[in-house]
Design a protein around this ligand. Structure first.
Ligand code: GLN
Length: 548
C-alpha cells in the first residue's frame, strides 16, 4: 500500500469498533443482535451507534422494490436506508443518519468520483486498497465525530458471498490496525437435526473456517439455536473455533424481538464485548424501562384487531416500522394489537364490507403506483362510512382525500396524477419542485420537515402539541386549489407545513377518529417513545371495540 494511503488511517482510537458478521444462512437476525448489544451498552452508560454496510450495488434501497429487502427506512436527514436502521432507532431511541447506512454502490460512486477529480494522482484504482480504504473511512466516520464510545458495524449478507469480500478485508485490516479496540462478533446457526435428535456445530465450524481463510478470527460467536446449547456443545464450539468458552453465546429463538436484549444480557454478551475491548464492566445495565415495556407487552389488559391494508402484505417486512409502531402503541394503551394483513388488490366495492368486518381500526399503508389503489380507496370508504378509526399514511392519506372527493364532494373523476397524468380533478398532484426531476434515486421529498397542527384538532390532541416534525418520502401532495371545498364538506387540513402551506394532515370532523398523514409517523416510534398518533389510534380502536 502506498505510504500516503496508509497514513490517512493512523487515527485516534478513543472509539471502539465492534463488527457483526453472519455465517451459515441469511436472516439470522444480525440487525436485532446488533441493536440488542447496542441497547445493553447504552444501558450501561456507553454511547453506542450502529451502522449497516450493505454489499449490494444499488446506491441506496430507495429504488428497491419492497419485495427485495422489505421496507425502506427514512432518517431525519433524508437518507433512504435499510430497515435494520429502524430497529436501531427503536431499540436505542437515538436517531440515525446518512452515515449509518453504506452500500457498495455508495462506496464505488465515491471512489469513482474521487478518481475523476484526480484525487488518486495517476494511480491504478483497485479494490484493494481504494475500495477497502473507502469502506474503512465510512466506518470510522462515525467514530471520528467523537460522539460515540462504541460503533457497531453490521456487515450485510453472509460470509463467503463474493460481494462481501472487500468488507471482510476491511474488517481484517481494522482488526490489525486497532488491536484491542476492534472485535468481531460472528452470528451463526446451530441447527437441530430432528432425525438425529441433535444440535449440529459443523456449519458453525465451517463458517468460522471461511472467516479464517480471509484472515479474520472472530472474538465472539452468537449461535442461533432452537434448543439449549449445553456445556459440551459450547466447549466443542469454543475448541474448534478458537474462541473462549464465555464467548460462545447462545441466541435462542425469542417470542418477541424486544426479549433479545434481556436474553443477551443473561448470556453476558455485553460483558464479554466490554472485556475484549478493555473497557470497564463494573456498571450494571439499567433496563428498568425496557423491562416495564416487556411486562406491559406480555400482560395486556385488552385486545384490538387492526386491518393493515397494503399491496406488499405477503412480505411483512415491507411494513416493518408500521407493525412495530402498532406494537408500541398497543403497549402504551395496554392492549394487544392483532394485525389482520389485508391485500389491497383483493378489496373491491362488493366485498369490502365482508372482508373488513370485525376490524376495530383500519390502517391504509403507504405505497407507489396503481396496483391495489382502488382497493385502498374502497377500504377508506368503508372506514369513513362505518365510523371505524382510520389512519392513512402517505399514499393512504392521499387515498382518503380521493375517496372524500369522489363520494362526499361528488367529484367522481377525482384522482392523483400519479395514476392518471391528465386527470380532470387532480386532488393529489405532483409537487411543483418534483416536476423537473427525472432521476428516481434519492429525489423525493425526503426526511424531517416541520408541521403546524390546528389547535383543538384530533391530531393536535393526539400529539399534545401544535408543533411537530415528521419524516417524509413522497412526490405528490394535496392540491391546495381544492382545499376550500374539502373543508366546506368536513375534511379539514389540520396539519400544514409552515413555510409552504403543504397539507400534511387531513381529518374528518364528523367521524370518531379519521386521520390521514402525508408524513410517516412509523419512522419515529420507539420502545422508549411510542408514537402519539399510533397510541391515539389504538385508543380509538379500543373505544370502538367497547361500543360494539
Ligand atoms: N406515491 C405517493 C407519492 O409519491 C405516496 C408515497 C408514499 O406512500 N410513501 O406521493
Amino acid at each position: 500500500m502506498p505510504p500516503e494511503v496508509i497514513e490517512c488511517f493512523v487515527m485516534s482510537n478513543s472509539t471502539k469498533y465492534v463488527f457483526v458478521t453472519g455465517g451459515v444462512a441469511s436472516s439470522l437476525g444480525k440487525g436485532i443482535i446488533s441493536a440488542s448489544l447496542a441497547k445493553l451498552l447504552q444501558a450501561r452508560g456507553y454511547s453506542a451507534t450502529i451502522q449497516k454496510l450493505d454489499p449490494y450495488i444499488n446506491v441506496d434501497p430507495g429504488t428497491l422494490n419492497p419485495y427485495e429487502h422489505g421496507e425502506c427506512f427514512v432518517t431525519d436527514d433524508g437518507a433512504e436506508t435499510d430497515l435494520d436502521l429502524g430497529h436501531y432507532e427503536r431499540f436505542l431511541n437515538v436517531p440515525t443518519s446518512q452515515a449509518n447506512n453504506v452500500t457498495t454502490g455508495k462506496i464505488y460512486q465515491s471512489v469513482i468520483e474521487k478518481e475523476r477529480r484526480g484525487v488518486f494522482l495517476g494511480k491504478t484504482v483497485q479494490v484493494i486498497p481504494h475500495i477497502t480504504n473507502e469502506i474503512k473511512e465510512r466506518i470510522q466516520l462515525l467514530g471520528k465525530e467523537g460522539t460515540y464510545d462504541i460503533v457497531i458495524t453490521e456487515i450485510g449478507g453472509t460470509v463467503g458471498d463474493i460481494e462481501s469480500l472487500p468488507y471482510i478485508e476491511a474488517v481484517r485490516q481494522m482488526k490489525w490496525e486497532f488491536e484491542n479496540d476492534c472485535i468481531v462478533v460472528h452470528l451463526t446457526l446451530v441447527p437441530f437435526l430432528a432425525a438425529a435428535g441433535e444440535l449440529k456445530t459443523k456449519p458453525t465450524q465451517h463458517s468460522v473456517k471461511q472467516l479464517l481463510e480471509m484472515g479474520v478470527q472472530p472474538d465472539i460467536l452468537c449461535c442461533r439455536t432452537e434448543h439449549e446449547l449445553d456445556l459440551t456443545l459450547r466447549r466443542k464450539i469454543a475448541k474448534f473455533c478458537n474462541v473462549n468458552m464465555n464467548a460462545v453465546i447462545e441466541s435462542r429463538d425469542a417470542d418477541s424481538i424486544y426479549d433479545v436484549p434481556i436474553l443477551m444480557q443473561a448470556e453476558e454478551l455485553d460483558k464479554v464485548v466490554l472485556e475484549k475491548l478493555s473497557l470497564p464492566t463494573k456498571s450494571t445495565p439499567d433496563l428498568d424501562n425496557w423491562k416495564e415495556f416487556l411486562r406491559r407487552l406480555k400482560n395486556p389488559e385488552a385486545e384490538v384487531t387492526i386491518g393493515l391494508i397494503g399491496k406488499y402484505v405477503e412480505l411483512k417486512d415491507s411494513y416493518k416500522s408500521i407493525s412495530e409502531s402498532l406494537i408500541h402503541g398497543g403497549v402504551a394503551a395496554n392492549a394487544k394489537v392483532n394485525v389482520r394483513w389485508i391485500h389491497s388488490e383483493k378489496i373491491n366495492s362488493e366485498n369490502a364490507a365482508s372482508e373488513l368486518k370485525g376490524l376495530d381500526g383500519i390502517l391504509v399503508a403507504p405505497g407507489f403506483g396503481s396496483r391495489g389503489i382502488s382497493g385502498k380507496i374502497e377500504t377508506v370508504r368503508f372506514a369513513r362510512e362505518n365510523n371505524v378509526p382510520f389512519l392513512g399514511i402517505c399514499l393512504g392519506m392521499q387515498c382518503a382525500v380521493i375517496e372524500f372527493a369522489r363520494n362526499v364532494i361528488g367529484w367522481k373523476e377525482a384522482h392523483t396524477t400519479e395514476i392518471i397524468e391528465g386527470c380532470k380533478t387532480p386532488v393529489i398532484d405532483m409537487m411543483s419542485e418534483q416536476k423537473a426531476i427525472s432521476d428516481k434515486g434519492g429525489t423525493m421529498r425526503l426526511g424531517a420537515y416541520k408541521c403546524l397542527l390546528t389547535p383543538g384538532s384530533k391530531v393536535s390532541s393526539a400529539y399534545g402539541s401544535d408543533k411537530i416534525s415528521e419524516r417524509h418520502r413522497h412526490r405528490y401532495e394535496f392540491n391546495n386549489e381544492y382545499l376550500e371545498e374539502f373543508e366546506k364538506h368536513g375534511m379539514k387540513a389540520t396539519g400544514r407545513n409552515p413555510e409552504t402551506g403543504l397539507v400534511e394532515v387531513v381529518e374528518i370532523e364528523d367521524h370518531p377518529w379519521f386521520i390521514g398523514a402525508q408524513f410517516h409517523p412509523e419512522y419515529k416510534s420507539t420502545v422508549a417513545n411510542p408514537h402519539p398518533l399510533f397510541v391515539a389510534f389504538i385508543k380509538a380502536a379500543l373505544k370502538k371495540k367497547k361500543q360494539k
